[in-house]
Design a protein around this ligand. Structure first.
Ligand code: ATP
Ligand code: MG
Length: 587
């Protein structure tokens, strides 16, 4: 199965849905107008908004998306889908220094791959905060004129010293009460490139004594002589995130602005910006409303973009799409489907409680998504030679197996049984422990879709490793024949015939870190990398896998789910990634 459109998981109730239901019932978000594109209140429009709600997914293009972002994507796009709304794809690209087109391209590709779209008929809701630079500037001019903002020429050290602390109030800047005209002139000079970086900032004029530090005259604009990946050198002042974000939401007519909990203390400023600008006639009501939810954290990995970047640049992983990475490109390369990630996000739910999730939850979602969709096939990933002593010389017995046990319509795969087979090392013992029913001298097992054999000997090499298994077969025991039922065996093992086995490179993965929370506390997170997180082995595949297409998913019987590598796989040189094992490995 190649990547296909994901299933739509049943929507579970959560507090954000309750808020939206309430807002819709109370009419808070009805009668909104929408010009068909972002606009401020000065460009009046009578056109009513057909979308019941508007949400947005607003990544900063300074890295690749990770599993945490998937939660936000599924939440925002999922709500828009379920409520007959729209979800905007918006790049929060107001910080020129760390952003890049490479990230923009990857983010768009990944959101599409996850199964979401920002296009709704004629409306293409793909936006860039940098397109609002002029509007943001106009709003800042207004705030200055209305004495809601001032240019502060203190040094960064002086500003810090006057900021106060959680327990002590701040102090007013000596520039706080300068005339609006003076601030406006300075602000225009800043814009014109007349002042050095760090020499002055535009600040909101709120309350230096507020118990909330975010309300102590936060900065709105800073000087940065940096080239922006979209606006080039057009600007040398850039808006702060906390100022640009609420205005971007309002220009786009966003009704529900959902963000992670660390922004809870920023909400009063979010509302302050919107209220001042609505009063000034710049923004339309109803104003967007911010609601916070808990970030998703996955055990045994890290999701901070800075740390992911460090793993890549230091060469500890092979790139952003290394299958060990929690990035969505990494998970995709590893074989996680869009459907499994959607299912996972639906299952973990949305709440305000700190959320740590075990990777097994994602693995279960993958198995649930692929169980009915992935073709079955046989691979031997740790091969041992099995020789059938009484097999007629040169004989090849045609065998077959269904592509899927529940999909008869998919037909069968064909292969042969011969006297020399590859079997899995883990299916062989010199002597059996209790409960082991597979190959050991004196025991009978069934070769899946083939014959019953009785193990006669297990030979070891000089180091005590299993070298070869010998067995005898029962010619009347073939699966699907009348005689088969008279053999009662407890073990059923997979195998491939050596004469037709395809050689393949198979990559096996474990958790990237040995510690469940590598970046919590004061840990030296880089020292907690699992050196065995990736292993590659030479495996033998059944011949029908010569037809496997890149990115096609399979269940290798008894082993787990594997995917033909999206990039490196070819019929001449098969390369598979193990996505997950069939059962949860013990930790
Ligand atoms: P980082 O702090 O690692 O740079 P970020 O949160 O700043 O990550 P953004 O690009 O700003 O990354 O995130 C885009 C959106 O995704 C935001 O709305 C953010 O709240 C959300 N998001 C990011 N990480 C998570 C997470 N772990 N769980 C849920 N949502 C997340
Ligand atoms: Mg961010």
């Amino acid at each position: 199965m190649a990547d296909s459109s994901p299933p739509k998981p049943a929507a579970l109730p959560h507090f954000i849905r309750a808020i939206i239901d309430h807002d819709l019932d109370a009419g808070r978000v009805s009668n909104r107008s929408w010009a068909g594109y972002p606009s401020d209140a000065r460009q009046g429009t009578k056109q009513s908004d057909k979308a019941t709600i508007r949400t947005r997914f607003p990544p900063e293009p300074n890295g690749y998306l990770h599993i945490g972002h998937a939660k936000s994507i599924c939440l925002n796009f999922g709500l828009a889908r379920d409520y007959g709304g729209r979800c905007h794809m918006r790049f929060d690209d107001t910080n020129p220094v760390k952003e890049d087109q490479e990230y923009v391209d990857s983010i768009l590709d990944t959101v599409k791959w996850l199964g979401f779209s920002w296009d709704h008929e004629a409306e293409v809701n793909l936006y860039y905060a940098s397109d609002y630079f002029q509007a943001l500037f106009d709003c800042a001019e207004y705030l200055i004129k209305a004495s809601h903002a001032y240019v502060d020429e203190q040094s960064p050290e002086e500003m810090r010293a006057r900021r106060g602390s959680l327990t002590e109030p701040g102090e007013d800047s000596p520039f706080r009460n300068r005339p609006a005209e003076e601030s406006l002139t300075r602000f225009h000079e800043m814009r014109a490139g007349k002042h050095a970086e760090g020499s002055m900032v535009l600040r909101a004029r709120i309350d230096m004594r507020s118990p909330n530090l975010n309300m102590r005259d936060p900065a709105l604009y800073r000087i940065r002589f940096a080239e922006h990946h979209r606006t080039g050198k057009q600007w040398c002042i850039y808006p702060m995130y906390d100022y640009a974000h609420p205005i971007s939401d309002a220009l786009e007519n966003i009704t529900h602005s959902l963000c992670t909990l660390e922004f809870e203390d920023h909400r009063p400023f979010y509302d302050w910006v919107l209220e001042r600008l609505a009063e000034g006639g710049f923004l339309r009501r109803p104003l967007p409303q911010q609601t916070e939810f808990a970030r998703l954290n996955l055990y045994y990995t890290v999701t901070s973009k800075r740390k992911l970047q460090e793993l890549v640049t230091s060469g500890r992983v092979k790139g952003w799409d290394d299958p060990r990475m929690p990035t969505l490109v990494g998970l995709r390369r590893r074989g996680f489907t869009a459907g499994s990630i959607q299912l996972f996000c639906e299952r973990i739910g949305v709440s305000k409680a700190n959320q740590w999730v075990d990777p097994s939850v994602l693995e279960i979602a993958l198995r649930d998504d692929l169980e009915s969709k992935a073709k079955r096939a046989t691979a031997i990933i740790d091969p041992v030679l099995l020789e059938i002593e009484n097999w007629p010389r040169g004989h090849r017995e045609a065998c077959q197996a269904p592509w899927h046990p529940q999909h008869a319509e998919w037909g069968h795969r064909a292969f042969h049984c011969t006297g020399s087979l590859w079997v899995e090392r883990d299916d062989v013992r010199v002597s059996a422990e209790k409960g082991f029913f597979r190959l050991f001298p004196g025991n009978k097992v069934r070769l899946r879709y083939g014959f019953v054999i009785e193990c006669s000997a297990v030979d070891l090499d000089s180091e005590g490793r299993i070298l070869r298994v010998s067995a005898r077969y029962f010619a009347d025991s073939r699966s699907g024949t009348a005689g088969a039922d008279s053999y009662k065996v407890k073990g059923n093992i997979h195998w491939v015939s050596i004469d037709e086995a395809l050689e393949a490179e198979v990559h096996l993965y474990e958790n990237l870190f040995t510690d469940p929370q590598p970046d919590s506390g004061e840990k030296d997170w880089l020292s907690l990398i699992n050196p065995d997180a990736h292993r590659s082995v030479k495996a033998w595949l059944e011949p029908s896998l010569a037809q496997a297409k890149a990115a096609e998913h399979f269940q290798f019987e008894r082993l787990g789910y594997f995917v033909a590598d999206r990039l490196d796989h070819s019929a001449q040189r098969p390369v598979f990634q193990r996505t997950v094992g069939l059962k949860q490995a013990a930790r």
